[in-house]
Design a protein. Structure first.
Length: 134
């Protein structure tokens, strides 16, 4: 019975590893497009950076979970992962429209802009996840 349960392990590892790798790429890109590296701010105990980056990562991960649940091949997982990444980058720049000094305010420790960015990322991720259909 246990061996039968483990027959899906290679597929699990393939999807998990793929999504994890795309997530790393997402974090690398996300921390490069912002004026201040989010991880450096987190290391310096800036709570807003953790909120914004953490919710952004969650916003990216939501579509990935939908893709993994609905696709049958890794190519689709990679394609939709890249689309989810692009959506989150667009959201970052769109969130700066009403708050032009958004990254500077997050770096300064302001929580409201960080929450705004994080929630915008999360909302876009939820919409992206729901929009993926097969």
């Amino acid at each position: 019975m246990i061996l039968q349960s483990l027959t899906g392990l290679p597929t699990f590892l393939a999807y998990f590893s793929t999504a994890f790798a795309i997530g790393i790429v997402y974090l690398l890109i996300c921390t490069r497009i912002t004026p201040d590296n989010g991880f450096a701010l987190i290391r310096n105990n800036v709570p807003g950076a953790a909120i914004a980056l953490g919710l952004s990562l969650l916003g990216f991960t939501l579509p990935m979970t939908s893709v993994i649940a609905h696709t049958e091949n890794l190519v689709d997982c990679i394609i939709w992962g890249l689309i989810a990444l692009i959506v989150q980058v667009i959201v970052y720049f769109a969130a700066r429209i009403p708050v032009p000094n958004l990254p500077q305010r997050i770096a300064a420790g302001d929580l409201a802009p960080a929450i705004w960015l994080g929630m915008a990322s999360l909302a876009a991720g939820a919409l992206s996840a729901a929009s993926i259909s097969y």
